[in-house]
Design a protein around this ligand. Structure first.
Ligand code: NAP
Length: 235
């Protein structure tokens, strides 16, 4: 039985990914920083609730202990993330971006992802077919963001795209360091969730498609790549 942890799975893309992977037969640890919301979501899906706040060393260490005691981990989906929108669902524009804005986004999207990956690496390395999916964004792509014809080009914020570009580099470097683990970054597409005040144009079913596909890659699957539902995309 494949054992899978999805962080930030009490709602949005993580919840939909959990639903699909439970249906595919995985034993799913449904990660949630709020234990009660996690418990309710896990109960709804037939998943195992796991309290995990990715910004907290003790919380992540305790979660890793629980999963180890439960038999180990094959698949880690680093999904938990924030965009840090302000009042009225507004994106913090360049002129208003401070060091604290950047630190806030990086604390979750970058440092949290590394904290979680580092804590679960020993378990993944014991798996016969380990997989990591890093939920990135199309806004991480330097190629797309510097192309005036690309849909993401209009996006005015600095912190969120920069944090996801860091996730892409982290993916490439981990993939080279651990060739036995399939490690990929994915772009779900602009999806209606709380992250963007439900302004996204895709459903969570559409958005979770590439996350689920990359969570299910076999030992011969790609690694060190960046994909959306149509295939590889430019960094
Ligand atoms: P969402 O509905 O807001 O869900 C985000 C999840 O992350 C929630 O479960 C949230 O928990 C959790 N989370 C936030 N900070 C956390 C922390 N410190 N520890 C643990 N969990 C934490 O947003 P979503 O759209 O599904 O986002 C999922 C991922 O997709 C994110 O990485 C996002 O950047 C990425 N993404 C989204 C889109 C899009 O258009 N929606 C596009 C590209 C990429 P709470 O419920 O406790 O806040």
């Amino acid at each position: 039985m494949t054992s899978t942890l999805i962080t930030g799975a009490n709602k949005g893309l993580g919840f939909e990914t959990a639903r699909r992977l439970v249906a595919a037969g995985h034993t799913v640890y449904l990660g949630s920083r709020d234990p009660e919301r996690g418990r309710r979501a896990a109960e709804e899906l037939g998943a195992r609730p796991l309290a995990i706040d990715i910004t907290d060393d003790a919380s992540v260490a305790a979660a890793a202990k629980t999963v180890e005691a439960g038999g180990g981990l094959d698949v880690l989906v680093n999904n938990a993330g924030i965009e840090g929108r302000g009042a009225g669902n507004s994106v913090t524009v360049a002129a208003d971006t401070t060091a604290d804005t950047m630190r806030g986004l990086f604390e979750t999207n970058v440092f949290g992802l590394v904290r979680t990956t580092h804590a679960f690496l020993p378990l993944l390395r014991r798996s016969a077919a380990p997989v990591v999916v890093n939920v990135s964004s199309g806004l991480a792509s330097l190629t797309a963001m510097s192309d005036a014809g690309s849909p993401g080009h209009f996006y005015p914020g600095i912190a969120y795209p920069a944090s996801k570009t860091a996730v892409n580099m982290i993916t490439v470097q981990y993939a080279k360091a651990f060739p036995d683990i399939r490690i990929n970054a994915v772009e779900p597409g602009f999806t209606a969730t709380d992250l963007n005040g439900n302004t996204g144009v895709q459903t969570v079913e559409q958005g979770a498609e590439i996350i689920v596909r990359m969570a299910r890659v076999g030992r011969d699957g790609p690694t060190g790549g960046y994909f959306d539902a149509q295939g590889p995309i430019p960094w």
